[in-house]
Design a protein around this ligand. Sequence first.
Ligand code: MN
Length: 285
Amino acid sequence: MKDIIGVYSTAASHWVGDGFPVRSLLYYGDLGERISPFLLLDNAGPMQFAPTDKRRGVGTHPHRGFETVTIVYAGEVAHADSAGNSGVIGAGDVQWMTAARGILHQEYHSEAFARQGGTLHMAQLWVNLPAKDKMSAPRYQAIVNADIPRIALPDEAGTLRVIAGDYQTTHGAAKTYSPVNVWDLQLNADKAVYLQSPATHTTILVVLQGNLTVNDQQVVAANQIVLFQHNDEQLKIHTNEATVALLLTGEPLNEPIVGQGPFVMNTQAEIRQAMVDYHAGRFGA
Ligand code: MN
């Protein structure tokens, strides 16, 4: 079994704009290169929103140097960016946006969801780019639920969706720049699930909702993450409640991480350049 390095939790929540009440469960500022190639994961909601005509969300802002992956579980998020991509990300859908050399975008509750109200629950993951790809062209993958391979786990334990990477012989939906697995686990209560990840990979279990026990020893609640050692390939989950979790694994990039706000590069000079380029309008409009 993979040994556990630690279990981390975030009690504090904050608002991203006025649309997304998030807990930052992963953050490179705290966990550093141990979570490479991942940088951040925000769990937004679940929260109930009353019907409104107001536009709730976050207005135009830049990103450079990494990818943002938005996984919607409930509600709808509307997106538009400076590369000309726009659309609505509905429940079960995933948007895998490669900011790379730079984009500007907006993220709002969709108009239909805002009018109707209801539960919003989404996760946003930031995946770092290798240095050689940070200044490549932006890319946009709008991945609908029906295009994400779905595996029925043994013993009616639940389902595993292969958002990226490979699960056994099943290829995931998203293209990635470095070897990464993103598996979305929707598990029933009181079930055992065994998962494998390459010993070379960073391995992180993120519990978004529910409660489970890892390797028969560590209880993990919603809004907690488990970071695993590289000593072995297998981990065991036993669900104490119905649980929604993400298993994130990836080859560490082993490159310096220098970030400021929406920019994550390899050097301070590159961060300064990102600000110059942003203020000069080189991220588009
Ligand atoms: Mn953004």
